[in-house]
Design a binder for this molecule. Structure first.
Ligand SMILES: C[S@@+](CC[C@H](N)C(=O)[O-])C[C@H]1O[C@@H](n2cnc3c(N)ncnc32)[C@H](O)[C@@H]1O
Length: 280
C-alpha cells in the first residue's frame, strides 16, 4: 500500500495529541483500534454477526499451537475465571464454553461492547465490565484463575496490574499471563528491518523506538524472562513455568518445521508465565 498511513503510528500520534494522561493514551489507542484479529490496515475491522465472531475464535486458535494445547489440557468446569483485557472476547468465550464462570474486563468501551455482542451471539452468559487492570473494582481473593493474553505489556504501570492480578486471586489458585518477549526474532529482526531497510536509523530511531512502527498499542513493552519473574515475585506470586511461544507462521522463511519449533521455543514473541498464589 504505497503512501498508506501506518495504523500504529498514526493512532499513536492522534492519541498523544488528544491527551497527556499516560493511561488515557493506552485506553484511547485501543478504543480506536479494538482487537479483532483483523488486518490492522483494514477499514472495517469490526465483526458484525455471530459467524464473524466465531471466525475470530477459529483464527486465534488456528494461529496459536500454544493456546490449542493449553486449553486442551485445562479444566475450568465450575471455576471462577477472570479474563483481564478481554478485547473482543474470543478467549473469554472459549473459557465460558469450557464451563468457567467468566468475568471479562477491558479498559475500553469498544472491547466491552464487542465482547458482550460476542457472548450474546454465542448464547454465553458472562460478566463483561469496563475496568482498568491497574485498579480492579473486584473483591480480593475472588477468582480461581486469572487469565490475561497479550494485555499487561500495554498498560501504563505494569507492576500495579500484576499486584491487582494477585489481589483478586484466591490463595492456592493459579493464573496465566502472556506478554511480549524481548529476546525474540520479532523484536530484533523486525527492528533491524525498520532501522536498516526502511531507513529509520538515519532518522534517529533506535531498536526500541522502531517498535512503534509495527507493534500494537500505545505502549508495548517487550519483557525478558527475569523481568516477568520479578513482576510476579513483586506481586507475591510464584512462577511455576515461564515459557516462550509464537504464532503458527514460520519464524523465518524456508526453514524446516523442527527448526521453526526450536527457534520459537527460544526466540518466540510471546512470553507466557504460569503462576500460583501461595497459601498464606
Ligand atoms: C492485544 S489486545 C488482547 C485482547 C484479548 N486478550 C485477546 O487475546 O483477544 C489488548 C487488550 O487489552 C486491553 N487493555 C490494555 N490495557 C488495559 C488495562 N490497563 N486494563 C484492562 N484492559 C486493558 C485493550 O483495551 C485491548 O482490548
Amino acid at each position: 500500500m504505497p503512501g498508506a498511513k501506518n495504523p500504529f503510528t498514526s493512532t499513536r500520534d492522534a492519541v498523544a495529541e488528544d491527551t497527556a494522561n499516560a493511561q488515557e493514551r493506552n485506553r484511547l489507542w485501543w478504543e480506536r483500534m479494538p482487537m479483532t484479529y483483523a488486518d490492522w490496515h483494514a477499514d472495517d475491522r469490526l465483526p458484525v454477526d455471530a459467524e464473524e465472531f466465531k471466525q475470530i475464535e477459529t483464527r486465534v486458535f488456528a494461529a496459536s499451537p500454544f493456546l490449542r494445547q493449553w486449553f486442551d489440557r485445562m479444566d475450568f468446569q465450575g471455576q471462577k475465571v477472570l479474563d483481564v483485557g478481554c478485547g473482543s472476547g474470543a478467549l473469554s468465550c472459549r473459557l465460558a464454553k469450557m464451563g468457567a464462570r467468566v468475568t471479562a474486563i477491558d479498559i475500553t468501551e469498544a472491547a466491552v461492547a464487542l465482547a458482550r455482542r460476542n457472548a450474546r451471539a454465542q448464547g454465553l452468559d458472562m460478566d463483561i465490565v469496563r475496568m482498568d487492570a491497574e485498579d480492579m473494582a473486584l473483591p480480593p481473593a475472588s477468582f480461581d484463575f486469572v487469565f490475561s493474553w497479550g494485555v499487561l505489556h500495554h498498560t501504563d504501570d505494569i507492576g500495579a496490574a500484576f499486584r491487582e492480578v494477585s489481589r483478586v486471586l484466591r490463595p492456592g489458585k493459579s493464573g496465566l499471563v502472556m506478554v511480549y518477549h524481548r529476546a525474540s526474532a520479532v523484536y530484533y529482526l523486525n527492528g533491524l528491518k525498520w532501522l536498516l531497510v526502511k531507513g529509520k536509523l538515519f532518522r534517529g530511531h533506535t531498536l526500541r523506538s522502531v517498535q512503534d512502527f509495527y507493534t500494537d498499542g500505545y505502549y508495548h513493552r517487550y519483557l525478558r524472562r527475569h523481568e516477568i519473574a520479578g513482576l510476579l515475585a513483586g506481586a507475591g506470586l510464584t512462577a511455576r513455568r515461564i515459557s516462550v511461544t509464537q504464532y503458527q507462521k514460520s519464524i523465518l522463511p524456508f526453514i524446516p518445521g523442527w527448526l521453526d519449533r526450536a527457534l520459537k521455543a527460544r526466540f518466540g514473541m510471546c512470553l507466557v508465565a504460569e503462576f500460583d498464589k501461595p497459601v498464606d
